[in-house]
Design a protein around this ligand. Structure first.
Ligand SMILES: Nc1ncnc2c1ncn2[C@@H]1O[C@H](COP(=O)(O)OP(=O)(O)OP(=O)(O)O)[C@@H](O)[C@H]1O
Length: 597
């Protein structure tokens, strides 16, 4: 014998409340949705029928219940038996079981959500001239269907749903809560909803054409809407429209920086009923700087109606919305570059973070983000146009060391020391093969320094060996070259490998034995290049120093030049350097101040 499943309603309600719905508050949404669908169904054959829902919270009914009256199509007695007594049965599907397009509901479980907050649900409904039918359901799964008694018959077509609150759920029935929830979920519904005497529907969405007379008025309205509903004054508003998803709406560009990795939540309405205030996946990741409010008639909800269902339509919608935001950026670049600059000022960190993965963002940064260079601020695109390649210093310190000298040699350098900049520059050739990039190494500059002519070279040899002796213990090599600018007496240049070895050395001094061994092994992997103190023979002071006869004074002068070059290049000052600076300063002072004790 075939048997039929028995459904334990308590178990189902438990499942809904703990696993499907995020909060019991959805009961208001489900009631509104059923009322709106019933009105839609009635108006299909009776276009002039009223479209009104009235909610009476317990403060008004006076008997502790909440009532929802609608002017919808109502149900006949057989329909009540079929639809209200069977979980998963809906009138909103076609013969093949597909969700019918004009309705909000489709699953046939919405009414059950009332049991999240109510012990008892009563439905009194009238369809056309049929008698009024009364259905009463209980949370334990019992239900009763009867024809309404004579005095209880409805005068009008429509349905009244009455909820008898569960003891511990009374807070969900407060007039203020119900008003807030009806406004939250249903403010855009194309019907009129009242809670007590307060209308909670606001008419057409704020972005619809009829809502504002001129584009400027509509924009003002949207800015006001963002302030009230989203809590910020947008940097800009961007109209959105994706016909294939029946989608219209607005993207609000955020006025303050956000973390692009944080999931953005968008406010999504489906057929003008709020689905969620935190929809993910509506925009591509790179569009982290916008929050959307949209209404769609075609996108699908998950069964909980709290998120968008990820399908092909959502994917193509995401792409289309991405295109529209990209278009906004491009238009901004063309029509109002200053505003684009303002936008980047706010969102540059996020834009740059994405530029490491997203080609569009990379191009945006290349074309529009002004970078610091030793010839002033300029975009990478301009820099490349002017200099044929992008030459950059990879850290701020390197840039500081090199900027002035490189500029004097007509060598333009970008400061790529700020967050993401060096990686962005290095990624450029992967999207455009014609882009040449070159990392400027401090020691690259030495190739641009002129060597001295042999006569001078010979004459300064004694000076150089005295100078070298003074700096030997600091591991620094002294070199004499001729370079611009003449005002610069000396440069301290550390190659990358020398910098690495220096760091290794200072770590080794602090490490315990085991680690010292490891570090030694590392250090042995490459010959340490020594840092160089490059004295500038074009500098008058340096020339005078090279001509000094007193070796002690030469030592003091070279030490002082060494210290000054360290400071000028923002190099770290080790204890030995500090001691040397100190002694050379005092030594020179001693020489400068005449007289004896
Ligand atoms: N206010 C109402 N007026 C007329 N019919 C109603 C009303 N409320 C519910 N019904 C009928 O009861 C059926 C079941 O309602 P229920 O809310 O459980 O599911 P649904 O709205 O079809 O789908 P969903 O689970 O997606 O909300 C509906 O399909 C509808 O036919």
């Amino acid at each position: 014998m075939d048997r039929t499943f028995q459904v334990d309603l308590r178990g189902v309600v438990d499942l809904l409340s703990h696993h499907l719905y995020g909060s019991p508050r959805v009961y208001v949404r489900e009631l509104l949705q059923n009322a709106a669908d019933a009105i839609t169904a009635r108006r299909a054959t009776e276009p002039a029928a009223p479209a009104m829902v009235r909610i009476e919270p317990p403060e008004l009914t006076g008997d502790g219940t909440l009532r929802v009256h609608d002017t919808g199509i109502g149900l006949t007695e057989p329909q009540v038996h079929e639809l209200l007594a069977t979980i998963g049965r809906s009138s909103k599907r076609d013969e093949l079981g597909f969700a019918r397009h004009e309705f909000l509901g489709q699953f046939g479980i919405g009414l059950l959500s009332c049991f999240l907050v109510a012990d008892e649900v009563r439905v009194r409904t009238r369809h056309g001239d049929e008698p009024t039918v009364a259905w009463t359901g209980y949370a334990d799964g019992r239900y009763r269907v009867e024809l309404a008694a004579e005095g209880e018959a409805r005068a009008e077509v429509g349905t009244t749903v009455t909820l008898v609150p569960r003891r511990d759920a009374e807070q969900w029935f407060l007039g203020s809560t119900v008003t807030e929830l009806a406004g939250l979920f249903g403010s855009l519904l194309p019907i009129r909803v009242f809670v007590g005497g307060i209308e909670t529907t606001t008419g057409a969405p704020p972005w619809s054409a009829s809502a504002g007379t001129s584009p400027a008025a509509r924009r003002d309205r949207l800015v006001r809407y963002a302030r009230e509903a989203l809590g910020f004054t947008p940097f800009d508003v961007v109209p959105l429209s994706v016909p294939e998803a029946g989608l219209t709406g607005t993207a609000f560009v955020l006025p303050a920086p956000v973390n692009p990795a944080a999931r953005a939540g968008h406010r999504v309405y489906l057929k003008r009923m709020l689905l969620t205030e935190g929809a993910e996946g509506l925009l591509p990741d790179w569009a982290f700087f916008a929050r959307c409010v949209v209404d769609s008639s075609e996108l699908r909800p998950t069964a909980s109606r709290e998120a968008l269902y990820e399908d092909n339509l959502l994917e193509s919608t995401r792409e289309a919305l991405g295109d529209q935001l990209r278009g906004w950026l491009v238009r901004l670049a063309g029509s109002d570059p200053q505003r684009l600059a303002d936008f980047l000022q706010v969102h540059h960190l996020g834009v740059k973070a994405l530029a490491l993965h997203d080609d569009e963002m990379l191009r945006l940064v290349e074309r529009w983000w002004p970078m610091e260079t030793n010839t002033g601020q300029t975009t990478l695109a301009e820099f490349r146009e002017r200099h044929g390649l992008i030459r950059y210093a990879a850290t701020i310190d390197e840039f500081r060391q090199l900027a002035a000298v490189a500029a004097a040699q007509d060598l333009a350098v970008v400061n790529a020391g700020y967050t993401y900049d060096a990686e962005i520059i290095e990624r450029l050739p992967s999207v455009d093969r014609s882009v040449l990039v070159e990392r400027l190494e401090p020691t690259d500059l030495t190739t641009r320094f002129d060597i001295l002519d042999p006569g001078v070279e010979l004459a300064v040899r004694p000076f150089l060996s005295t100078a070298q002796r003074a700096l030997d213990r600091l591991g620094c090599e002294v070199v004499l070259r001729s370079y611009a600018p003449a005002s610069l007496p000396a440069l301290y240049l550390v190659s990358r490998s020398a910098a690495f070895h220096e760091q290794l050395q200072s770590t080794r001094e602090r490490a315990d034995e085991m680690w010292a061994g490891v570090l030694d092994a590392l250090a042995a992997s490459g010959p340490p290049e020594r840092p160089q103190l490059v004295l500038n023979h074009r500098n008058p002071l340096v020339r005078r120093v090279t001509a000094l006869a007193d070796p002690e004074l030469v030592g003091l002068a070279v030490e002082a030049l060494y210290g000054q070059a360290l400071l000028l290049g923002y190099h770290p000052i080790r204890p030995a350097d500090a001691a040397l600076l100190n002694s050379s300063f005092l030594g020179l002072l001693g020489r400068a101040v005449p007289g004896q004790e």
